[in-house]
Design a binder for this molecule. Structure first.
Ligand SMILES: [Zn+2]
Length: 59
Protein backbone atom coordinates (compact mmCIF):
# COMPACT_ATOMS: atom_id res chain seq x y z
CA UNK A 1 0.00 0.00 0.00
CA UNK A 2 1.01 3.64 -0.25
CA UNK A 3 2.14 5.78 2.61
CA UNK A 4 -0.58 8.44 2.23
CA UNK A 5 1.66 11.23 3.49
CA UNK A 6 4.75 10.91 1.30
CA UNK A 7 3.48 8.47 -1.33
CA UNK A 8 6.17 5.84 -0.77
CA UNK A 9 5.23 2.19 -1.25
CA UNK A 10 5.18 0.41 2.10
CA UNK A 11 3.97 -2.96 3.33
CA UNK A 12 2.66 -3.85 6.76
CA UNK A 13 5.89 -5.74 7.31
CA UNK A 14 8.37 -2.97 6.60
CA UNK A 15 6.29 0.04 7.59
CA UNK A 16 7.43 1.97 10.65
CA UNK A 17 3.87 1.98 11.96
CA UNK A 18 0.36 1.13 10.78
CA UNK A 19 -2.99 2.28 12.05
CA UNK A 20 -6.66 1.91 11.28
CA UNK A 21 -8.61 5.03 10.48
CA UNK A 22 -12.28 5.11 9.45
CA UNK A 23 -12.17 1.35 8.92
CA UNK A 24 -9.21 1.57 6.59
CA UNK A 25 -5.65 0.50 7.16
CA UNK A 26 -2.83 2.99 6.69
CA UNK A 27 0.87 2.28 6.94
CA UNK A 28 3.70 4.80 7.15
CA UNK A 29 7.38 4.70 6.24
CA UNK A 30 8.28 6.70 9.33
CA UNK A 31 6.87 7.98 12.60
CA UNK A 32 7.11 11.50 11.19
CA UNK A 33 4.66 10.56 8.44
CA UNK A 34 2.35 8.94 10.95
CA UNK A 35 2.41 12.05 13.15
CA UNK A 36 1.61 14.24 10.16
CA UNK A 37 -1.30 11.98 9.24
CA UNK A 38 -2.70 11.97 12.76
CA UNK A 39 -2.48 15.75 12.98
CA UNK A 40 -4.12 16.38 9.60
CA UNK A 41 -5.98 13.23 8.54
CA UNK A 42 -8.38 15.20 6.35
CA UNK A 43 -5.50 16.20 4.07
CA UNK A 44 -4.68 12.61 3.25
CA UNK A 45 -7.92 10.70 3.62
CA UNK A 46 -9.85 13.01 1.31
CA UNK A 47 -7.83 11.86 -1.67
CA UNK A 48 -9.20 8.35 -1.83
CA UNK A 49 -12.30 8.45 0.31
CA UNK A 50 -15.43 10.52 0.06
CA UNK A 51 -16.81 9.74 3.52
CA UNK A 52 -15.50 13.10 4.64
CA UNK A 53 -17.68 14.96 2.18
CA UNK A 54 -20.68 14.06 4.31
CA UNK A 55 -19.10 15.38 7.48
CA UNK A 56 -20.04 18.93 8.30
CA UNK A 57 -17.18 21.40 8.31
CA UNK A 58 -14.49 19.10 6.97
CA UNK A 59 -14.93 19.10 3.23
ZN1 LIG B 1 6.28 8.41 4.54
Amino acid sequence: MLDPVCGVQVSEDDAAICLSFLDRRYCFCSLQCEEEFVEHPERYVLRDQDQWSGIEGVA
